[in-house]
Design a protein around this ligand. Structure first.
Ligand SMILES: *Cc1c(COP(=O)(O)O)cnc(C)c1O
Length: 367
């Protein structure tokens, strides 16, 4: 029996050729392949600047550092996300604060953000869960009124639209981050990127990617560089970027197929699922359903050749957060209720119509 997992990469022959070409060239890291991928992300999203890095977590880390987050500051994010959206705040010594979700979308609820703002709040990190954009106009309004920075965690959302803008264009934020892990919509193996329209943030992001070093003005033509803050080695290689560039060329086809699969599940499963808001045209990354007795369903599905995943254990309930930041079970009741029932079905472009019919048959048999 064939096993289906919840996500997987789609690698074409063209992808393989592009990576091979780069490996035979002069630069395999920090070369023209990185700049070409960054430029392609700018062209696609409409952002002015892009900084490609080693992974999505590194992208979040340098974005948090670029806002100046540090000890004594707070940043508000959602509990229904991968750990990195909150960990990046903790990396800087600041405090992550969790605002509850809107159960229709499982995205952070703007009213809950407003409720958690304090004089220490410096940033908001909305996560476009499952690929659907948060209500960015409302989040930007809250941020502007209080002088807060906004970092969009778009790890799920490359290819998605919010109103008439592409996620990553940063019309309603300071920065957006992407992840190119193999389960995400396009992949570089490991990889990530930050987009911004702000030249100063761009310069800081570049420095944090490479040890905190700057090489500007008269230094550009010499051996000189200056380390002005503590940075990291978060660089990505040219052959990873060659893969990313080749993948990005197929993003509209990926999006079309991902939306077809979501429409098929909505029609043929008849199970509670996320709603798509009128402002959204999502390149869906996940298809979570809500089931009763999720644990039993998970094991029955595994027996039936469906290797599913739960997205996500609410971050504020993790032992590290309870111990370090005093968060508690009960802090975000809507997120916790969502978590009790959610489980993500297979969603990736290489699933055929026959695969989908088979998956629906198996899911119904496990209920
Ligand atoms: C995958 C993911 C990340 C982290 O990306 P990596 O490339 O795995 O480091 C961050 N945020 C969200 C919401 C993610 O799904």
């Amino acid at each position: 029996m064939r096993t289906y997992s919840y996500g997987r990469q789609s690698i074409s022959e063209e992808d393989v050729i592009r990576v091979n070409e780069t490996l035979r060239g002069d630069f395999i890291t920090a070369g023209p392949g990185v700049r070409a991928f960054e430029q392609a992300i700018c062209d696609y999203t409409g952002a002015k600047y892009c900084v490609a890095v080693a992974n999505g977590t590194a992208a979040l880390h340098i974005a948090a550092l670029a806002t100046g987050l540090g000890p004594g500051d707070e940043a508000i994010t959602t509990p229904i996300t991968f750990l990195s959206s909150a960990n990046c705040v903790a990396f800087t010594g600041a405090r992550p604060v969790f605002a509850d979700i809107d159960p229709r979308t499982a995205n952070i609820d703007p009213d809950e953000i407003a409720r958690h703002v304090t004089p220490r709040t410096k940033a908001i990190i909305p996560v476009h869960f499952a690929g659907q954009s948060c209500d960015m106009a409302r989040i930007a309004e809250i941020a502007h009124a209080r002088g807060l920075r906004v970092i969009e965690d778009g790890a799920h959302a490359i290819g998605s639209d919010y109103l008439d803008t592409k996620v990553g264009g940063c019309r309603f934020s300071d920065m957006t981050i992407f992840s190119f892990h193999p389960v995400k919509t396009i992949t570089t193996g490991e990889g990530g990127a930050v987009t911004t329209n702000d030249p100063e943030l761009h310069a800081r992001l570049c420095a944090f990617r490479s040890h905190g070093t700057h090489k500007d003005g008269e230094m550009a033509d010499t051996w000189e560089y200056e380390m002005r803050e503590l940075g990291y080695n978060y660089r990505i290689t040219d052959f990873q970027c060659a893969l990313g560039l080749s993948q990005l060329r197929r993003i509209e086809a990926f999006k079309r197929r991902r939306r077809e699969i979501v429409a098929f599940y909505n029609e043929h499963l008849g199970l509670p699922h996320l709603e798509e808001m009128p402002f959204s045209n999502a390149c869906f990354h996940l298809y979570p359903i809500l089931v009763e007795n999720r644990r039993a369903f998970y094991f029955r599905a595994r027996e039936a050749g469906l290797s599913l995943q739960v997205h996500y254990i609410p971050v504020h309930t993790q032992p590290f957060y309870r111990e370090r930041f005093g968060t508690r079970v009960g802090d975000c009741p809507k997120a916790e209720a969502y978590y009790e029932r959610c489980i993500s079905l297979p969603l990736y472009p290489s699933l055929t119509d026959e695969d989908l019919a088979e998956i629906v048959r198996r899911v119904k048999g496990c209920l």
